[in-house]
Design a protein around this ligand. Structure first.
Ligand code: ATP
Ligand code: MG
Length: 561
């Protein structure tokens, strides 16, 4: 687990860049790229990659491209393209005029494929997929050469052109690099370059029916864009020799882009696989990609996280070579820390119970001036209406107080935040014994005088005026999964560990009237309850709030005890 400490400022990627700069390898240029495949919404792991790539470019006065790695026509969708751009911008980064698509280079990729054939570095294989798999060998056994490996350059060119022109069925031919079927690195055993896919592409339409493989397209895209440091996740480490082989054999001049791998980010109590996240959406386990329980950037945005908190989190976890799983508590810590200094404090009651102040006139309204932030006067103040009838939180009253309960009890006193000290005189119940009203008196000398009135009343509770409060729906979120590492359970089973209580919808909330005119970008601390923001489901007649995060890490507490 990562320590919530400030970053040290160095990581192994910065060291590599510094070494390259020391020998003037790229003439001091630092040019990175963020290369998402538009086959889903971005998640917290992508946020790490975005912060790293765009962050390094900013730090070194370089540039970072946004490149859609759109070489697989089947899974990709313009909806994802739009959402990715929105998310990168929202995180605070700017690709300026450098928005590219791998599909922009389809003609170039094809030229390089013909070039490799001409150099006797690629061939068309006509084995079936099964035969190819069988002949690839294993980790302990070398592979076997394809019977088609020695086709002539002319024959290879003819078939490749036929593939391009749609003359063959999917699976009948495949273009492969001619490297070494006995290589200990399976990625080097004549990897595929082009396959036939009779699918329409979201950007190039029907123009192509052959599509390049990632390993071939990615390094060439990097080289064409003159990327210096091509940062990717650890699973590509074994692909690096292939990355270099393609650039060598396609004839790209030195200094070529350098692939650097780092450990992907995994977070406890959630999953960071696009495939699984998509499954949660399509199977209805969550409402949408931007469901506030999702670890997607859009979900976290809707939940109320601010970009500064995500950037801070990504900086704190740093980059490492070793895989590790980061505690969700750290992300929430960063969110709280950001909101602590930026959110207004307001009063709202989730589970109201009525309090009647018997000795307070029925038609009187006092407007109590209360600060929006106890430590920061620049937040200003608002007027809280105080009336004879109030709501307090139902669990701020009990007839059977456990030891150490300092809130309202029969005959006891409690302080209302910014208001009076009140004393419970009587409890009114319905015929079933349910409390419907608490009758109290108030001490008129104590208004806003805490601690100046010198009264020793330990409990301070929140409240709203019953007649002036506005009703709202409030959504409370909990962990999406109830085990720490759902991504680690064996295939198919991770959904058995979904937390059935990940969403609690509270329809009874009553909020102070200043919340009537909130805007989507505002964040609030409902005192004692957590941080909240307006949800997009709000309408003219119904306000809906999301709890962004609670005030304390209740999970850490539970795990300790
Ligand atoms: P897919 O399985 O669909 O390829 P992916 O998670 O690799 O999913 P990409 O769109 O290819 O998604 O990722 C874009 C970039 O984000 C890549 O450079 C990838 O290495 C990086 N990335 C993806 N997931 C993580 C993660 N969990 N932590 C850090 N970086 C990530
Ligand atoms: Mg990927």
């Amino acid at each position: 687990m990562v320590n919530p400490e400030k970053p040290t400022g160095s990581n192994f990627i910065r060291n590599i860049i510094n070494e390259d700069n020391a020998i003037n390898k790229y003439e001091g240029r630092v040019h990175t790229r963020f290369p998402p495949e538009p086959n889903g919404y971005l998640h917290i792991g992508h946020a790490k990659s975005i912060c790293l790539n765009f962050g390094l470019a900013l730090e070194y006065g370089g540039q970072c491209n946004l490149r859609f790695d759109d070489t697989n026509p089947v899974a990709e969708d313009p909806e994802y393209v739009a959402s990715i751009q929105k998310d990168v911008k929202w995180l605070g980064f700017d690709w300026q005029d450098r928005l590219f698509n791998a599909s922009d280079y389809f003609d170039k990729f094809y030229e390089y494929a013909e070039k490799l054939i001409t150099l006797d570095k690629a061939y068309v294989d006509s084995q079936s997929a099964d035969e190819i798999r069988k002949n690839r060998g294993t980790l302990t056994e070398p592979g076997r050469n394809s019977p088609y490996r020695d086709r002539s350059v002319a024959e290879n060119l003819t078939i490749l052109r036929g593939m391009r022109d749609g003359k063959y069925e999917e699976g009948s031919h495949i273009l492969r690099a001619k490297i070494d079927m006995t290589s200990p690195n399976i990625n080097m055993r004549d990897p595929a370059i082009y396959r036939i896919r009779k699918a329409e592409h979201h950007a190039t339409g029907k123009k192509w029916c052959i599509y390049p493989m990632y390993d071939f397209a990615h390094c060439i895209s990097d080289a064409l864009e003159r990327i210096t440091h091509s940062i990717c996740t650890l699973e590509f480490e074994d692909h690096r020799p292939l990355y270099d082989w393609f650039l060598d054999n396609c004839g790209f001049a030195q200094p070529r882009p350098k692939q650097i791998e780092f450990a992907r980010l995994d977070l406890t109590y959630t999953v960071t696989s696009k495939r699984k996240l998509k499954e949660l959406v399509t199977e209805g386990h969550v409402k949408s990609w931007d469901d506030p329980r999702m670890p997607t950037i859009s979900g976290m945005r809707r939940r109320g996280f601010r970009p500064a908190a995500l950037r801070d989190f990504c900086e704190r976890i740093g980059v490492a070579k070793a895989a590790n799983i980061v505690d969700m508590g750290l992300l929430e810590f960063c969110v709280r820390e950001d909101l602590e200094t930026s959110a207004r404090r307001v009063l709202g009651v989730l589970q109201p119970i009525k309090v009647v102040i018997e000795d307070y006139p029925a038609d009187k309204v006092e407007h109590i001036e209360a600060p929006y932030h106890p430590q920061d006067a620049t937040f200003g103040t608002r007027k809280l209406p105080f009336t004879r009838e109030l709501y307090i939180e139902s669990d701020d009253f009990t007839e059977n107080p456990p030891k150490g309960y300092f809130r309202l009890v029969p005959g006891g006193e409690v302080r209302l935040r910014y208001g009076y000290i009140i004393k419970c005189k009587e409890v009114i119940k319905d015929s079933l014994g349910k409390i419907i009203e608490i009758r109290c008196s108030h001490d008129a000398d104590t208004l806003g005088k805490n601690p100046a009135d010198g009264r020793k009343v330990k409990g301070i509770i929140h409240w709203v005026s019953a007649s002036k409060a506005i009703p709202a729906e409030v959504r409370l979120y909990d962990r999406l999964f109830n085990i720490a590492n759902p991504g680690g359970v064996k295939e198919g089973d991770y959904k058995d560990h979904l937390n059935p209580e990940s969403l609690t919808t509270v329809t009874t909330a009553m909020l102070e009237p200043s919340l009537e005119h909130v805007t989507a970008d505002q964040r609030f601390q409902f005192e004692r309850l957590g941080y909240f923001c307006l949800d997009q489901d709000s309408t003219q007649s119904k306000l809906v709030f999301n709890r962004t995060v609670s005030l304390r890490d209740s999970w850490a507490k539970e795990q300790r005890s």
